[in-house]
Design a protein around this ligand. Structure first.
Ligand code: NI
Length: 161
């Protein structure tokens, strides 16, 4: 297990389109373990591989703190509804902003055994899925904020992803 360095806004790696994973390797397994460790260490609810400098289509999400989900080559196959609320990102420390997202998404992805699965997510989980998948295409939530990007105060906690 290892904590990796989280890349921050302004670094080019966060603006690139990531490549699909074609086979599972010990290196990629280690990367996924490290991504989980790094996300928990940073108290985040999600983390995408480019946030640790790796341009691969891998995302980890855990909105409860005890329910890790790993998505390899994820894609949203269905979405509906709408939610509008605060969003923050481990790669944009100290900031948050209001972002509109679907309230429901169905994701298709591969698991660590490279077996395809589908998963339905709502509310914060759906928001995290959308946010993390954007990272895989080099997009940051700051470009989707409606209104101003805010400085986060210590009292007000927004889930970072
Ligand atoms: Ni993020």
């Amino acid at each position: 297990m290892a904590i990796r360095n989280i890349r921050e806004i302004g670094e080019e790696v966060l603006t690139k389109k990531c490549k699909a994973v074609v086979e599972m390797t010990p290196r990629i397994k280690e990367l996924i373990e490290d991504m989980l460790d790094t996300m928990y260490e940073a108290n985040g609810v999600g983390l995408a591989a480019p946030q640790v400098g790796i341009l691969k289509r891998i995302v980890v999400i855990d909105v409860n703190g005890d329910d890790p989900h790993i998505f390899i080559n994820p894609r949203i196959v269905e979405s509906s509804g709408e939610q509008f609320g605060p969003e923050a990102c481990l790669s944009v420390p100290g900031k948050s902003g209001q972002v509109r997202r679907p309230n429901y998404v169905k994701v298709a992805a591969l698991d660590v055994n490279m077996t395809e699965f589908e998963l339905e997510a709502t509310e914060l989980f759906a928001r995290a899925v959308c946010h993390e998948l954007d990272h895989l295409d080099g997009k940051l939530y700051v470009d989707k904020v409606e209104g101003e990007l805010q400085d986060t105060s210590c009292e007000e906690e927004t889930e970072e992803q």
